[in-house]
Design a protein around this ligand. Structure first.
Ligand code: NAD
Length: 478
């Protein structure tokens, strides 16, 4: 089997080690072998990015636009093939995989446009005769560290703005999904990014990630992943006075009020909590439901869950693919045990499933009779597990929704303008959804959270410029 190499300093470089990329729908299917870099190779990539920065940061906007546009076009043209690869290595359904790939193409297209829209501001000085000019300049070498659950979209929403605004990149994808990362890197490289401006360094977090965090030649780090790793990123970056941005976990609530349209509420809950196998930072893991609709809502969600097909991600008709790996499956099952021990009722699912091929299949699990202090309502599980919390009215629902250390996405299903408006204003989250699932966002508007979910400027849309540029104020006496 050919080994997929890292891309360092303008060439494909053999790794110190290699790893098998295993299909979670069928553990007998090895997708390919991928290089694992050691510390020296990570340092080489950083040196290359540093050396390429002066030229790339001053490259013309047409060149940067054209490269990003080319990346977008190729991703779009190959969406079915790339979507298949993504689903095969991560386990989300083929429809979700292709959808994510299309999203990546749209993101590169958006930032290709942003290159041409780069602008500054000219103001009069308070001192007569002097001009003041505000411009945005690239930050420098950006380290990009990404998780496994969106193997193409998250790298895209970091790499595209980094390159668009003139930064050079050292990209370290998650260990579990090197296939999508490698395919994306191959497209970026062939689109004509100059030597050193873009580097792919697949490898372990504790080795490659750690090298990126602790090297003073890296100016900024953008990270998406768990809270535990995020804290390490923050500590290292503060120590080095690097700019950093963290997108981490969630424990997102979906409030369902008595006056909700039951069909919409059930669709929002099932989609938000269980699609993509519940492995989304924006998943609705807490369903906060008022008394009057509670029993009808639980019955309808349970009925819908019974009809969902859990199977091979690539099979037509599959609604929910496998969990990503054995470690995540063990974590999901251990939280299902914890829920039971805490006294919650397992109203549906939670069983390990066997399918034609050996894979990490888990029946979606729905808990009822849960209380706010239970661990299943406080800690991120990151699997197809959701819990219903019964509340008496809107006020109690809002308090329950906000009662979490996280603050990424928060949703409400209601037909009341009064409650919808009040919730939009008072939900302690970076993103609020009314009659929509907590997961599912646009790519041209800011993405991110509050409290323990995020740190630093928002990602995506025009707000991405906050992180990937630094502002210069110039005073001129003509
Ligand atoms: P993780 O924290 O285990 O890993 C994320 C990345 O950090 C990986 O590339 C990993 O190799 C790297 N890493 C690990 N240890 C490191 C270290 N010591 N130094 C530097 N890098 C290191 O997270 P994961 O399991 O890949 O992803 C799941 C998590 O990501 C969940 O908590 C989920 O909520 C979160 N997530 C958040 C968002 C968001 O935008 N808020 C989006 C998707 C996923």
């Amino acid at each position: 089997m050919t080994i997929h190499h890292n891309f360092i300093a303008g060439r494909w470089a053999e790794g110190a080690e290699a790893q098998d990329n295993v299909n979670p729908s069928n553990t007998g299917d090895v997708i390919g072998e991928y290089a694992r870099a050691d510390r020296e190779q990570a340092l080489e990539a950083i040196a290359a990015a540093r050396a390429a920065f002066p030229a790339w940061s001053r490259s013309g906007i047409q060149q940067r636009h054209d490269i990003l546009q080319k990346v977008s076009s190729e991703i779009l043209a190959r969406k079915d093939e790339l979507g298949r690869l993504l689903s095969r290595e991560e386990g989300k359904t083929l429809g979700e995989g292709v959808g994510e790939v299309m999203r990546a193409a749209q993101i590169f297209d958006f930032f290709a446009g942003e290159v041409l829209r780069l602008s500054g501001e000219k103001l009069a000085s308070t001192r007569p005769g002097i001009d003041v000019e505000l411009t945005r300049e690239p930050v420098g070498v950006v380290g990009i560290i990404t998780p496994w659950n969106f193997p193409v979209a998250i790298p895209a929403w970091k790499i595209a703005p980094a390159l668009a605004y003139g930064n050079t990149v050292v990209f370290k994808p998650a260990e579990l999904v090197p296939g999508s990362a490698w395919a994306l890197a191959d497209i970026i490289v062939r689109a004509g990014v100059p030597e050193g401006a873009f580097n792919l360094v697949m490898g372990r977090g504790a080795v490659v990630g750690d090298a990126i965090l602790n090297d003073p030649r890296v100016d900024a780090v953008t990270f998406t992943g768990s809270v535990a790793t995020g804290k390490k990123v923050a500590a290292a970056c503060v120590g080095q006075m690097k700019k950093f941005q963290l997108e981490m976990g969630g424990k997102n609530p979906l409030v369902v009020l008595d006056d909700a349209d039951l069909g919409i509420a059930v669709d929002c809950a099932v989609n938000g909590a269980f699609f993509s196998t519940g492995q989304r930072c924006t998943a609705s893991s807490r369903l906060v439901v008022t008394d009057g609709i509670h029993d009808r809502f639980v019955a309808a969600v349970t009925e819908k869950l019974k009809g969902l097909v859990v199977d091979d991600a690539l099979k037509a008709g599959t609604h929910i693919g496998p969990v990503v790996d054995q470690g995540q499956l063990d974590q999901d099952i251990s939280y299902i045990d914890i829920g039971r021990e805490e006294g919650a009722t397992l109203a549906f699912g939670g069983e390990r499933l066997n399918r034609e091929n050996p894979g990490f299949y888990l029946q979606p699990a729905l808990f009822t009779d849960t209380t706010p202090e239970m661990r299943i309502n406080r800690e991120e599980i990151f699997g197809p597990v959701a819990s219903v919390q019964r509340v008496k009215d809107y006020e109690e629902a809002l308090a329950a929704a906000n009662d979490t250390p996280f603050g990424l996405s928060s949703g409400i299903c209601t037909t009341s303008l009064k409650y919808a408006s009040h919730f939009r204003r008072n939900a302690e989250a970076g993103m609020v959804m009314v009659n929509l699932p907590t997961a599912g966002v646009d790519y041209h508007v800011p993405f991110g959270g509050r409290k323990g979910s995020s740190y630093g400027p928002r990602e995506q849309g025009r707000y991405a410029a906050e992180f990937y540029t630094t502002v210069k104020t110039a005073y001129t006496l003509p």
